[in-house]
Write a protein of this length. Structure first.
Length: 504
């Protein structure tokens, strides 16, 4: 073999090995640090022209989601259900026929996997539909084996009991017999009795079924309401989580524990992740009142408190979901909207985007209005038709893709920065000390490398102290520059959003 050939072989081998190295790192990319995207399937993308969003529609949208930088999807309920939203399940093993079938779902799982997009699905364990065969049988025959799956009483005084959620009695009158059943959210959704061992087994089997199909985990609806007693709740989730990890150690359980940070904290020891409602509220309130000086500290504290509870726990910051008025209606102002996006998408943990948020869709309650068809196109026939659209057609994705300074392009830029800079996704967070009321400033440090995020709502330039040296500019909304050098002071322009990374 000639010397030249030996060198060529050596180089090819080196290339091959570095390729393997990259592959390994890619394979171990876990849940933490990704950006997730919440999808209401009915409203997202229609693949067969019947006007209803479906699973094939989600599969067809994967290229879009990949371009956006998304690393995971949360699918709102896809099981059979008589309601439009699906949170009242009638069969945990079947796919809502309006959304497609099991083959469609398998195809979605495979296609998402090819793009390294994780998929978690909503799992509703607190209650079923009153149309579920278990409940139908339990409410007609007291001797049924399913009777104990629910909570019945003949005690009429229960109708005066206050709900633990606040408001009227959680007991609903049976239409079949002289009795009441417990239904915390709505009479159409009777609560399940998880004290029943058979029922516990049922849900473990259901989880196993979907995990073996390739689902990466579950979003746990109403996770704090399985029992009214927190200790019982924690015991159940611990048991369920251990079971899930036996099936797939990498699977994630993401809880809906809608509470203040104190109320959420204990769940960090039994769940892998949950939505940190208070972080979104802190960001929105800070921006509403242009009071950002303590926001960095608040967010860093929340994150650290949860990590102290359990170092493996992954907080999931978000701005709003399918139960809350959309961010556009809460913040109104587009500059504040952009600031909110940058702040939460550069937090540690795993942020969740609510579909349509990246194009600035608006909507306030009733619920249907915050779940409008995703606006792919100004031509409404190209969007789902499940409900009429009240959003302004000019914000359609196809328009925003063409506009360099659009909200969509900001989301895409920031999410991809997050994806490509571990400082922004996995780094430690510290608030920077300063006395500018309308400035947000945090440091993110990962394996000795540091990045900084600044957001100014001030009308003036703000001077901030920062480590002397050279920085690469990852993003600025006011200046077009690739790097900057400081002698220890940084001048943040009025209204500037700036993300920089230490170069040396
Ligand atoms: Ca359809």
């Amino acid at each position: 073999m000639k010397k030249r050939d030996i060198i060529a072989v050596f180089l090819i081998l080196l290339l091959f090995l570095s390729g393997c190295q990259e592959k390994v790192e890619e394979d171990v990319r876990g849940y933490e640090g990704r950006t997730f995207y919440e999808i209401f399937v009915r409203a997202f993308k229609d693949s067969d022209g019947d006007g209803i969003g479906d699973i094939k529609g989600v599969t067809e949208s994967l290229d879009y989601l990949e371009e956006l930088g998304v690393g995971g999807l949360w699918l709102m309920p896809i099981n059979s259900s008589p309601s439009y939203h699906g949170y009242d399940v009638t069969d945990y093993y079947s796919i809502n026929s309006e959304y497609g079938n099991l083959e469609d779902f398998k195809e979605l799982l495979q296609e998402a996997d090819k793009r390294d997009i994780m998929i978690i699905m909503d799992l509703v364990i607190n209650h079923t539909s009153s149309e579920h065969p278990w409940f139908k049988e339990a409410s007609t025959s007291p001797d049924s084996e399913y009777r104990d799956y629910y909570i019945f009483t003949e005690d009429e005084s229960k109708k005066y009991e206050a709900s633990p959620m606040g408001g009227g009695s959680p007991w609903a009158k049976s239409t079949l017999r002289e009795e009441y059943y417990y239904a915390l959210f709505w009479s159409g959704m009777p609560d399940l009795n998880l004290d029943n061992e058979e029922l516990r087994k049922e849900f473990k089997e259901i989880a196993k079924y979907y995990l073996e199909l390739g689902v990466d985990g579950f979003r746990l609806d109403a996770a704090k309401w399985i029992y009214n007693d927190i200790e019982d709740n924690l015991r159940w989730w611990k048991e369920f989580n251990s079971y899930v990890k036996e099936i797939n150690p990498e699977a994630v359980l993401v809880g809906e524990v809608w509470d203040n940070i104190r109320g959420m904290e204990p769940y960090a020891e039994v769940l892998d992740s949950f939505f940190v409602f208070s972080m979104g509220e802190d960001i929105i309130n800070g921006l509403k009142w242009s009071n950002l000086s303590v926001l960095g500290e608040k967010l860093a504290d929340s994150h650290k408190k949860l990590k102290e509870k359990n170092p493996d726990f992954v907080p999931a910051p978000f701005l709003s979901n399918h139960d809350q008025n959309r961010i556009m209606n809460q913040l109104v102002n587009i500059d504040k909207y952009k600031a909110a996006a940058v702040i939460y998408l550069t937090l540690p943990g795993t942020p969740y985007i609510y579909y349509g948020e990246e194009i600035g869709m608006s909507g306030k309650k009733p619920d249907e209005r915050i779940r409008e068809p995703f606006l792919w196109s100004t031509d409404f026939k190209k969007n789902t038709q499940w409900i009429d659209i009240t959003n302004d057609s000019s914000i359609a994705l196809e328009n925003q893709m063409e506009q360099e300074d659009s909200l969509f392009n900001l989301y895409k830029t920031i999410i991809n920065l997050r994806k490509n800079n571990p400082e922004l996704s996995l780094g430690e967070i510290e608030a920077l000390d300063h006395d500018h009321k309308s400035v947000y400033a945090v440091e993110r440090a990962y394996k000795g490398s540091k990045a900084y995020i600044f957001v100014s709502l001030s009308d003036d330039e703000s001077e901030l102290n920062i480590e002397k040296g050279s920085y690469n500019v990852l993003y600025s909304n006011v200046n077009d520059y690739e790097s900057l050098k400081t002698e220890g002071k940084l001048n943040l322009k009025s209204g500037e959003i700036l993300i920089i990374k230490k170069a040396d």
